[in-house]
Design a protein around this ligand. Structure first.
Ligand SMILES: Nc1ncnc2c1ncn2[C@@H]1O[C@H](COP(=O)(O)OP(=O)(O)OP(=O)(O)O)[C@@H](O)[C@H]1O
Length: 209
């Protein structure tokens, strides 16, 4: 078992968003999180990735097993595509960058500074980063935003290869990724009952951060 989540509740801006969430993720498995805007998918993923504490419940996972890819791609604009991947590979100690470049169709763009990439190309580089982390659990927040249909298919192929190599993936998405083997967890059923804020409203910075 790579991830076990038990009776989890998460909060954002001092308000409980979702509660009573439980699931497991084993090697070779993908779980897709669905639910309307604002239900708490991002908050749940951040909590599983260890970026914020749970409000209630338990997460059993090795933090060093998780690679988290969020909305912001976190690219270094002055570095080329290949240099970005080499940088992350050096940080994580994962596999070589060439297969990652190939998997996300980035070979022709390898020497281009990341700052000059289109939105979809940046997203492909952000996803190629997952491959050079060498980490088994991918936690992905809307990974296909800005991707064209061909790139969505590339991404689905990369996820499938990752699962075949005993990896796992937890993915929040609104679109059909073309991964029929993935289980689906609808968070709509876990919306927290409305409660008063647990503390003063979030600061301006937090709301827009
Ligand atoms: N920085 C913040 N400060 C205060 N409240 C926040 C903050 N970020 C998100 N929220 C609120 O927390 C709730 C859960 O947000 P979250 O981003 O987890 O939802 P989501 O399901 O990922 O939505 P989407 O599908 O739009 O990406 C929302 O009601 C949102 O308005």
């Amino acid at each position: 078992m790579l991830v076990r989540v038990h009776d989890l509740a998460v909060s954002r801006g001092g308000r409980r968003a979702i509660e009573g969430v439980g699931f497991t993720l084993s090697a070779g498995e993908a779980l897709i999180l669905r639910g309307p805007n604002g239900i708490g998918k991002t908050t749940l993923l951040r909590t599983v990735a260890g970026l914020q504490p749970p409000t209630q419940g338990r997460i059993e996972a090795d933090p060093d097993a998780i690679a988290y890819a969020a909305h912001a791609d976190g690219l270094k604009g002055a570095l080329s595509v290949a240099e970005n991947l080499r940088f992350w590979r050096a940080v994580f100690g994962g596999p070589p960058v060439e297969p990652a470049l190939a998997a996300m169709n980035l070979i022709a763009l390898a020497e281009r500074p990341a700052a000059m990439l289109s939105a979809g190309q940046k997203r492909r580089l952000g996803l190629a980063r997952l491959l050079v982390t060498g980490r088994p659990v991918w936690v992905l927040d809307e990974p296909t935003v800005s991707l064209d249909a061909g790139s969505v298919a590339l991404f689905a192929g990369a996820v499938r290869a990752h699962l075949a190599a005993q990896g796992a993936a937890l993915i929040a998405t609104h679109i059909d990724l073309g991964l029929p083997e993935a289980r689906v967890l609808d968070l709509g059923a876990h919306k927290a009952a409305a409660t008063a804020p647990a503390r003063a409203p979030a600061s301006f910075d937090e709301v827009f951060g």
